[in-house]
Design a protein around this ligand. Structure first.
Ligand SMILES: [Zn+2]
Length: 259
């Protein structure tokens, strides 16, 4: 399929060949990482300003530490997980929703745990590292929504939410180091990528496994790959299209869709 209407769209700049290819793709899929959310003020895990540069923060997602000292997590998770500072979906989140409306995004697989693709309106979204939409009590399994957890925490920064039934601690359904990926989400992401002949990686350096194996698997199956990321990735040399500026990608998508 080609879409002559969009060929040579003004304002797409160096992304013109990318959008030409996207227009002809079968069920194009987007794979996103932290770079997409740093545009919204969420700290990047691994970028130059990443929270992982703080050796303390690097341990905040370790499950053994969470169970031993949940305050360690909750005292560090405000900006990243609990929306401190009123973080909203950014230009790339919005661009993917617009591309979806135009039939150019069959779904999003994200490594991010901030829920911003869902809030922006993308669907389906497979958050392979989970997210804080639900929390479960570590002791009795009681389930609470994000809003219920925030009510329990009472707006106190760093507060540890405890279960009224058993006194256990609630943990967000984020995949911590030492935990497996949510199986249903993972299988959904695999199925989505398997149907696509064009995968675009946005803001991921493709180093966190097994999530980063999804674009690699698409390549092995013969799908084309585009990568927009600040910094190199292990798959750069296999990509048909490479760029480093996510804000420029979002602006080019807007220009492309306006034609
Ligand atoms: Zn409980």
């Amino acid at each position: 399929m080609t879409d002559g209407n969009h060929a040579g769209a003004p304002g797409t700049g160096r992304f013109e060949p990318y959008f030409k290819r996207l227009s002809g793709a079968r069920k194009p899929v987007f794979f996103t990482g932290a770079g997409v959310s740093t545009l919204c003020g969420i700290p990047d895990f691994r970028g130059p300003d990443g929270v992982y540069r703080d050796p303390d923060a690097a341990r905040m997602f370790e499950i053994s530490l969470f169970d031993a000292d949940p305050a360690f997590f909750y005292s560090r998770a405000e900006a990243l997980v609990y929306g401190g500072g009123g973080v909203k979906p950014g230009p790339v989140h919005e661009a993917l929703v617009a591309l979806q409306r135009a039939g150019l995004c069959a779904g999003v697989v994200t490594q991010n745990i901030d829920g911003l693709h869902e809030r922006a309106g993308s669907s389906p979204v497979f958050a392979v590292h989970g997210g804080p939409a639900l929390h479960h009590c570590r002791r009795c399994g009681d389930e609470k929504t994000f809003a219920e957890i925030q009510a329990i925490r009472g707006g106190v920064p760093g507060a540890v939410p405890r279960c009224a039934r058993c006194g256990g601690v609630y943990k967000p359904d984020i995949v911590f180091f030492g935990e497996g990926l949510p199986q249903d989400v993972w299988l959904g992401a695999e199925a989505l990528v398997a149907e696509s002949d064009f995968v675009t990686v946005l803001g991921s350096s493709l180093v966190v496994q097994p999530a980063a194996s999804l674009p690699a698997e698409a390549l092995r199956r013969g799908a084309r790959l585009a990568i927009v990321n600040r910094g190199a990735t292990p798959l750069d040399r296999y990509a048909d299209f490479l760029a480093d500026d996510l804000a420029a990608f979002a602006a080019a998508a807007e220009a492309f869709l306006a034609t």
